[in-house]
Write a protein that binds this ligand. Structure first.
Ligand code: FES
Ligand SMILES: [Fe+2]
Length: 420
């Protein structure tokens, strides 16, 4: 149970709030590079700030205020130039750093006044990496965009998947350090959803949570598992500050504002050995629905949709004064305590946990991965079909989220050599 003031402290993400300032010390994935194949300007909302993300004609990405500093027109209806974004109302043009570089009328009527030199639009750095667009809203100097180990892997088909989840980010992230829900929410409930009764899946017998440089590792023993199992020896990762990492995919819970979260998944599927060398030309991205249009209920057919049901069900900002934490929640307590300590750390002027500034380390940031060998070295198709993990990955259906577009499914099937 948490006192109301702590709940507010940990959940509020606006500028000037302690948690909002802490989260601004990290690069946040906010969109996919491939979204800009057909469009060049897009409105985004991040940590309560309304912004405009764009790709200019030279291919450089920028992130500026949603409103023009002249008379507040909506910059997401602006248009791009070789350098920067131009407001569609009176044509003021802004570069990536937020400098006003043209005011078409003022530049002619009163060039000597150089009015434009006095004008700036709010602008934040944005970087493309691993098919994602990352934004940094914190103080300079910014840390590096983390080059997590899977971003360096070869011979994989990657897809990026979004969902708009109408609740606060922290309850989503608490799910990243909650191994127990796997047994009930994903295993037992899925069986009941398929209208089958039958035995429950193996129970969790033992859980362990350990903090490391880039997050918290959680480990589990279920009935029938030995202590040699990679899920006990290596475990899975609650990745700092707002993601889950399971080995083949990342799930970020990006705060849109206090009441909404953007779920961003980066999913790597290793192609079978017999399909190598495989070089992906374009990383596709798509947005899946959260609500069933016919029934109005939340979708429950896929793994992450089930998670969304839990998170949204907890309330828009869950009331932690009413919770009763058990021993299974030790990781959640660990996470909250670390956030509270890091709020103090940044107030002292120190870097918070898991900010990376050393380019040497950032060549490839390794993480605990239970089945690295399968993901890096790959397996032949037949071997994959026999392997309990590999078989799931060979299915044409995307198991994590509902709504995968047909063309992405086709590209995946082609990469994996399915249906030949
Ligand atoms: S409002 Fe943007 S140029 Fe006038
Ligand atoms: Fe889950």
């Amino acid at each position: 149970m948490l006192e109301p003031s702590k709940n507010e402290l940990l959940t509020q993400v606006g500028r000037g709030t302690p948690m909002g300032e802490l989260l601004r010390r990290y690069w946040m994935p906010i969109a996919a590079v491939s979204e800009f194949d057909d469009e060049s300007v897009k409105p985004v909302r991040l940590m309560g700030e309304d912004l405009t993300l764009y790709k200019d004609l030279r291919g450089t990405f920028g992130l500026v205020d949603r409103h023009c500093p002249h008379r507040s027109a909506d910059m997401s209806y602006g248009f791009v130039e070789p350098c920067g974004l131009r407001c569609n109302y009176h044509g003021w043009l802004f570069d990536h750093d937020g400098r006003c570089i043209e005011q078409p009328y003022e530049d002619v009527a009163q060039p000597e006044a150089r009015f434009r030199d006095k004008i700036r639009i709010k602008a934040y750095p944005v970087q493309a990496h691993a098919g994602l667009l990352w934004a940094y809203l914190g103080p300079q100097p910014a840390p590096l965009v983390p080059n997590w180990e899977p971003f360096t892997w070869k011979n994989g088909f990657v897809q990026i998947v979004f969902a708009d989840v109408p609740c606060n980010w922290l309850q989503c992230q608490e799910n990243s350090v909650d191994p127990l829900h796997f047994e009930w929410m994903h295993m037992n409930w899925s069986v009941r959803l398929a209208e089958k009764s039958g035995p429950y899946s193996p129970r969790h017998l033992k859980l362990a949570f350990d903090e490391f440089d880039y997050g918290i590792v959680y480990r589990r023993i279920r009935e029938g598992m030995s202590e040699e199992d990679p899920l006990w020896k290596v475990g899975r990762v609650c990745l700092w500050p707002n993601a889950l990492f399971t080995g083949d995919h990342f799930e970020w819970r990006v705060p849109i504002d206090d009441q909404n979260t953007l779920s961003v998944t980066w999913c790597f599927s290793r192609v079978p050995k017999n399909r190598e060398p495989y070089v992906q030309q374009r990383i596709p991205s798509w947005r899946g629905p959260v609500r069933d249009a016919e029934t109005g209920r939340w979708i429950s057919s896929h793994v992450m949709n089930q998670d969304f049901v839990a998170w949204i069900g907890q309330g828009i900002v869950t009331d932690r004064t009413r919770e009763h934490l058990g021993t299974s929640d030790a990781g959640i307590i660990m996470m909250r305590q670390r956030f509270l300590k890091d709020i103090e750390a940044i107030a002292r002027g120190a870097d918070p946990k898991a900010t990376i500034r050393d380019p040497e380390i950032n060549q490839c940031v390794t993480l605990p991965i239970a089945d690295r060998k399968r993901l890096v070295e790959g397996m032949a198709s037949e071997e994959m079909a026999r392997n309990p993990l590999g078989a799931g990955r060979l299915a044409t259906d995307y198991i994590f989220q509902a709504g995968q577009p047909r063309e992405v499914r086709q590209a995946y099937a082609e990469a994996m050599g399915l249906g030949e």
